[in-house]
Ligand binder design. Structure first.
Ligand SMILES: NC(=O)c1ccc[n+]([C@@H]2O[C@H](COP(=O)([O-])OP(=O)(O)OC[C@H]3O[C@@H](n4cnc5c(N)ncnc54)[C@H](OP(=O)(O)O)[C@@H]3O)[C@@H](O)[C@H]2O)c1
Length: 396
């Protein structure tokens, strides 16, 4: 698979993301530890293996090395489920945490926030899933809820059953990036979204029929989900930027027009105008480099709404009060995103079964959890329309 991100560009994304998450980290602690509840528990020291232990991939210290070690298997509390993880997908935030040290309070730390597996235990009051169900869910940045381990716990209200048309590897590609697309488009501004009506809710399907949308970076994992949501929301045309090699794939997901992302961004407005003469009132930048944000902002019409995934980097002299920019934080564990997370997860199985939401392309890493560090290095160098997936149960 060819790659398109240079080292330099990847590190640029990383630096911006680190600043973003450092900001969230500070905000979470300064204003409310419940808004962004980072890991606050004491160190959980590795244990000697026994029947109640499992393997986990620990980031041993800030900016340090990863190592597979034993630790206790968690017990689910009321409303929670214990999941035996069969596939966990890698995300840029995982290598950025190692490189820049943010979002983690205590080390050794477990990261990873995408899981597909089997329910092993349910806590009191859980009715939507049962022991033995195959499920997918998002994780969080604490050792109890992270996913680079063989078992994790998660609130049942943000868990969905995997339909038969998806395997564990495919299902694990979905949670984090789906949440980032869903929260950005459909949560309110307080929750980091632009408050569109969600297509999975009553009356939301095709609500935006005939309205154009611009998606920067359609072949990224986040961008693929934005395109798919845009399709079931009715947007048309769905205009995206990506490498031309991904054009057919993105059209299969719902994009109507794919602009070569290697063409000069100075031409983006003209390229969009050649596709539609309607004002573009919704844009989502799944890449959010300074240059892509500024080019998308130029395309956005008066009254338009714009989602960015990294810190806002729009030039001060072009910012106008008639365009709204929101910075999404795509995790459904957070209290501000929990309601939309619950409503999305209640419908997710049927969205997947119907093919409205499709998984990303998968490359399975060798050696279970031990294969993740090399996978993170590959992700840092850049992938194209691809998700790297590890199988924790295959750890030696
Ligand atoms: N705020 C949040 O909550 C949140 C959540 C998730 C992710 N993120 C951030 O969002 C970014 C994307 O994450 P991801 O997992 O979706 O990434 P990803 O899948 O690893 O991104 C790879 C893709 O990026 C595309 N790309 C790279 N540079 C581009 C450019 N200049 N224009 C258009 N496309 C470009 C490539 O497209 P081609 O191969 O087609 O060239 C490739 O398919 C990362 O920085 C990540 O940290 C933020």
């Amino acid at each position: 698979m060819s790659t398109f991100l240079t080292h330099r560009t990847s590190w640029k994304i990383g630096a911006v993301a680190a600043l973003t998450l450092a900001y969230l980290y500070r905000a979470g602690f300064t204003f409310s530890s419940t808004i962004f509840p980072f890991q606050t528990t004491t160190h959980d020291a590795p244990h000697v293996a026994d029947m109640s232990t499992q393997k986990a991939l620990y980031l041993l210290e800030p900016k340090g090395k990863f190592a597979v070690q034993e630790r206790d298997i968690q017990e689910p509390g009321p409303g929670e489920v214990l999941v035996e993880i069969h596939a966990t997908a890698l995300n840029p935030v995982d290598w950025k945490i190692q490189a820049f040290d943010f979002a983690i309070k205590d080390y050794p730390a477990i990261v990873g926030t995408d899981s597909a597996g089997i329910v092993k235990k349910v806590g009191a009051g859980v009715t939507n899933v049962a022991v033995g169900d195959k499920v997918l869910h998002q994780g969080f940045f604490d050792n109890r809820r992270a996913t680079f381990q063989q078992h994790t716990v998660v609130p049942a209200e943000i868990v969905a059953k995997i339909p038969p048309n998806l395997n564990f590897d495919q299902a694990s590609t979905i949670p984090l990036t789906l949440a980032t697309a869903a929260v950005g488009l459909y949560n309110d501004k307080k929750g980091g979204g632009i408050d569109l009506d969600a297509p999975w809710e009553e009356g939301g399907s095709n609500k935006y029929a005939g309205e154009p949308i611009l998606v920067i970076g359609g072949s990224s994992a986040v961008g693929q989900h934005v395109i798919q949501f845009a399709k079931i929301s009715g947007f048309s045309p769905i205009i995206t930027t990506a490498s031309k090699q991904n054009e057919a794939y993105l059209k299969s997901l719902g994009a109507t027009h794919v602009i070569d992302r290697n063409a000069p961004l100075a031409d983006l407005s003209a390229s969009v105008k050649a596709i539609t003469d309607k004002p573009v009132k919704v844009a989502y930048d799944a890449i959010s480099f300074a240059d892509t944000q500024n080019a998308a902002y130029d395309v956005l019409a008066s009254g338009g709404k714009f989602v960015v995934v990294l810190n806002e980097a729009i030039e001060k002299d072009k910012i106008t009060s008639d365009k709204e920019v929101v910075h999404v934080y795509g995790n459904v564990h957070m209290p501000v995103n929990r309601e939309i997370g619950k409503s999305l997860y209640a419908k997710l199985t049927s969205l997947l079964e119907a093919g409205d939401i499709k998984p990303n392309n998968v490359e399975v890493l060798p050696n279970g959890l031990a294969g993740i560090p090399e996978g993170l290095e590959k992700l840092r160098k850049g992938v194209s329309a691809l998700k790297l997936v590890a199988r924790p149960q295959e750890t030696a």
